[in-house]
Design a protein around this ligand. Structure first.
Ligand code: C2E
Ligand code: MG
Ligand code: MG
Length: 550
């Protein structure tokens, strides 16, 4: 076909080829060389090739590098005699454009490839979105620094991690507002970038935690940590004021083969050590040192945020009266959902809460929550229904306890007769008279009091006469061993003193049968029901065959 008949052919190509979005190039193939035979209008827009260029090769119209690249791709389609697909970026005067192309060979009558048709789709916008998404996935929105994912994926060659935590950031945030807090974080990021930007990986882990990570073994950790502290020497502008903001730094130096997670954990321990030593300082993690106290400190700190972070939960375990054949009450048992995957039992965190005084806010939370739940439960089980709340001796010894609990109940619109307060004999360790008077006030207000874990301590019997109580809860060790003589003696004594009785730890059918036989009016234990969420409490206790027999 000569050139003029070719022109005729392409003139006849339908107009719509100019109207579609994709670029179309038809190349004539001759002696392994390609010459433009046809380009549509989008192709001109995309790559600058015009109909004037018909007859010239890639090399006449593209950069040398691009021409070689296209030549290779087209040659492959010819050699393999099949369509091939590729993606390429082209630098145009107005920026980089990206195209996705399919190159298809067209065969002549002799079976040789005569033309190659290339259709290119402009994917520049798509690429930009993809890049943007990638950026968001690996960067922190607020500061533009990398995020945790970025750190984890750029960990090769990491030699040292410095974990920074601003001192008292929460207080600043609460005092000056979130916008000011955000502005502070941005300023911190800017300062860090200005001081360390090029040589280190800078990451915001979340909240007020930043990481500065060194690669290779160039950095002297102590010098770098000092430098970080000096970045915080100048005050920060916060809402037209200049505020001094301190930082604590935990340093972890990588030892062979440690992964980033371990490195981060060590930096975290070192950070708590630095905080514990009085903040505004750094600490370098030493693998030989013992950090038990730091781990404990971290634990306490986490517990101190448990209420505000809504990590606490009350489960309920029914108390069953086999003679009324009804659930007459339930005990509130606290759980700490420290992370979505870790539930901490009260045996573990209540002692820590007691030691640190955190039991006061935590205990208050439990009382309020129990009141709210009682309102629901009394609808379901009747108004005489009681929720038992465990009260620690630390709470009871707090001067303002009685006034506070009364105010809480009033605020919740719940009468004290809704709650039974469970105490253990450890409450009278120091001052019997004071405890007596507190319990009298509570009973006068309408609460009932029960003595928990009865029999487990040393002086249980004397407690019965010393303390004004309504109920005894027989410790589960007696039920487990089913010491019938002892249990029936306790039941008789309770009856003589006009006290209610609940047997704890009813785990098996034989316990149940025996206790019913002995006229025990209150039963609590896994055999009846495990502690469950409020809404999972059974409507009525499951009636068991042996109970029907009993
Ligand atoms: P507790 O007051 O004697 O509560 C009964 C404990 O026995 C609960 O353990 C309960 O889950 C468990 N239990 C119930 N039935 C059975 C059974 O059939 N067999 C066995 N082996 N165990 C059974 P939990 O929930 O781990 O609570 C442990 C202790 O933590 C409680 O002992 C109580 O002293 C304290 N505690 C729980 N919640 C609170 C709270 O809100 N405030 C305070 N101050 N202490 C709490
Ligand atoms: Mg209890
Ligand atoms: Mg108990």
């Amino acid at each position: 076909m000569d050139t003029s008949s070719l022109r005729q052919l392409f003139r006849k190509l339908p107009r719509f080829l100019d109207e579609i979005d994709d670029s179309i190039y038809i190349m004539k193939v001759e002696n392994g060389e390609f010459t433009y035979s046809y380009v549509n209008r989008p192709a001109t827009r995309f790559s600058g090739i015009t109909t004037e260029d018909v007859g010239s090769t890639f090399f006449a119209k593209n950069s040398e590098q691009m021409a070689h690249y296209l030549h290779r791709k087209y040659s492959r389609a010819v050699a393999e005699r099949t369509a091939i697909r590729f993606e390429a970026g082209v630098v145009m005067p107005n920026g980089m454009v990206s195209g996705e192309s399919i190159v298809t060979p067209i065969f002549g009558e002799d079976g040789e490839v005569e033309y190659v048709v290339c259709v290119t789709r402009d994917i520049t916008a798509f690429k930009k979105t993809e890049e943007l998404l990638r950026h968001y996935a690996y960067h922190d929105d607020l500061t533009g620094l990398g995020n945790r994912r970025y750190l984890l994926e750029h960990a090769t060659g990491l030699s040292c991690i410095m974990l920074l935590d601003l001192d008292h950031f929460k207080k600043l945030n609460d005092t000056f507002g979130h916008d000011a807090g955000d502005a502070l974080l941005v300023e911190v990021a800017d300062r860090l970038r200005a001081s360390f930007g090029d040589d280190y990986t800078l990451v915001r882990l979340g909240g007020d935690e930043f990481v500065l990570a060194a690669h290779g073994n160039a950095a002297d950790p102590e010098r770098v940590a000092e430098e970080i502290l000096s970045v915080f020497c100048a005050p920060f502008p916060l809402k037209d004021r200049q505020i001094a903001v301190g930082v604590s730094v935990g340093v972890a130096i990588r030892e062979d083969g440690e992964d980033v997670q371990t490195l981060l954990k060590h930096a975290d321990i070192a950070l708590y050590q630095a905080k514990g030593e009085g903040r505004r300082r750094y600490h370098i993690y030493e693998s030989a040192a013992r950090y038990d106290h730091v781990v404990k400190f971290a634990y306490e700190l986490a517990l101190s945020h448990a209420v505000e972070n809504r990590e606490l939960e009350l489960l309920y375990q029914p108390i069953y009266n086999p003679f009324k054949r009804r659930i007459v009450g339930c005990e509130a048992l606290m759980r700490w959902n420290r992370t979505p995957a870790e539930v901490v039992s009260p045996q573990e965190f209540i002692p820590v809460a007691e030691e640190t005084g955190l039991i006061i806010p935590i205990g208050d939370w439990a009382v309020r929550q129990a009141c709210r739940d009682w309102r629901e439960l009394s609808k379901r089980y009747g108004p005489g229904f009681k929720v038992a709340v465990n009260i620690s001796r630390i709470q009871l010894h707090d001067e303002s306890f009685v006034d506070r609990i009364l105010r809480m109940l009033q605020a919740e619109g719940v009468d004290p007769s809704a709650l039974e307060l469970e105490i253990t004999e450890s409450v009278v360790l120091h001052n019997v008279h004071m405890v007596q008077s507190i319990l009298h006030r509570l009973r006068q207000a309408g609460f009932t009091i029960s003595l928990d874990d009865f029999g487990a301590g040393y002086s249980s019997l004397s407690m019965l006469t010393l303390l004004p109580i309504d109920t005894v809860k027989i410790d589960r060790s007696f039920i487990r061993d089913m010491n019938a003589a002892l249990v029936s003696a306790m039941l008789a004594m309770a009856k003589a003193l006009n006290l209610q009785v609940v047997a704890e730890g009813v785990e098996e059918a034989r316990h149940f049968v025996k206790l019913v036989e002995m006229d025990c009016p209150g039963l609590q234990g896994y055999y009846i029901c495990k502690p469950v969420a409020r809404d999972d409490l059974p409507e009525r206790a499951p009636l068991r065959n042996d109970e029907k027999d009993a």
